[in-house]
Design a protein around this ligand. Structure first.
Ligand code: B16
Ligand code: MG
Length: 220
């Protein structure tokens, strides 16, 4: 294993659970269109872009809409979503994340964000976490969504490290596939069954330190 020089974090589901707010906003859109959208359906939206999320939503509702109508709905969904983001609290940072970021910095490991969300900088700001990140690559910066590795490769390039010197932290299958396609080490955050393609799966950041994590990865 090469020396690890950078950690690249996904946002939603890794640093903060914004999926519930995405769900509330998409559900309002589905209500307006007249069909049911369940929490189970919402699982399919994790880690995918806003427009792809809308396509999945319309698939659930068996609806077909013109591009201009779709753009209006995506804008409306984002307005509804932002109402929740403006009231986001620091207490919503997932357990152990702040200490893990602090310790990572202390070890001299660089930190990047690699998120599909165009709202990522605003969310980090609301959570008071911006200063931990050397680089932020978000949905505004990439042309190809996960599972394409672009978001993570851009992160590595901006940090001036090679993919094999990076560990990606992801909660979604599309993100894990992106990390693997980018030839990076990948840590799944969540349940083992859903994330089995990752090199290692952790339940959360309160379970182990960055030191212990690197040790475990070396044993893989
Ligand atoms: P926005 P991540 C993703 O964030 C979410 O998981 C996904 O559900 C959402 O559709 C996507 O961001 C786009 O978000 O509408 O804010 O641009 O997991 O890549 O951090
Ligand atoms: Mg995610």
């Amino acid at each position: 294993m090469k020396e690890i020089k950078a950690f690249l974090f996904d946002l939603d589901g890794v640093i903060v659970d914004t999926a519930k707010y995405h769900y509330l906003a998409w559900k309002q859109i589905a209500d307006q269109l007249g069909f049911e959208f369940t929490l189970h359906d919402n699982e399919r939206l994790k880690g995918v872009s806003r427009m792809r999320s809308l396509d999945i939503l319309l698939e659930v509702g068996k609806m077909h809409l013109e591009q201009t109508e779709k753009e209006k709905l995506a804008t409306r969904k984002n307005e509804l979503y932002l109402q929740h983001i403006y009231t986001l609290q620091k207490t919503e940072i997932l357990p152990g994340v702040t200490a893990f970021l602090k310790e990572t910095r202390g070890m001299g490991i660089k930190i990047a964000l690699g998120s599909a969300s165009k709202n990522a900088p605003l969310i980090l700001e609301r959570l008071g976490l911006t200063s931990f990140f050397d680089v932020i690559i978000d949905g505004n910066a990439v042309s190809k969504a996960k599972p394409d590795p672009e978001v993570f490769l851009q992160g590595a390039a901006a940090l001036k490290v090679s993919p094999r010197e990076c560990v990606v932290f992801e909660d979604a299958e599309a993100g894990i596939e992106a990390a693997i396609a980018g030839r990076m080490y990948c840590v799944g955050v969540g349940s083992e069954s859903a994330l089995h393609k990752a090199n290692l799966v952790i339940e959360g950041f309160n379970k182990l330190s960055p030191h212990e994590l690197l040790q475990k990865l070396r044993e893989e």
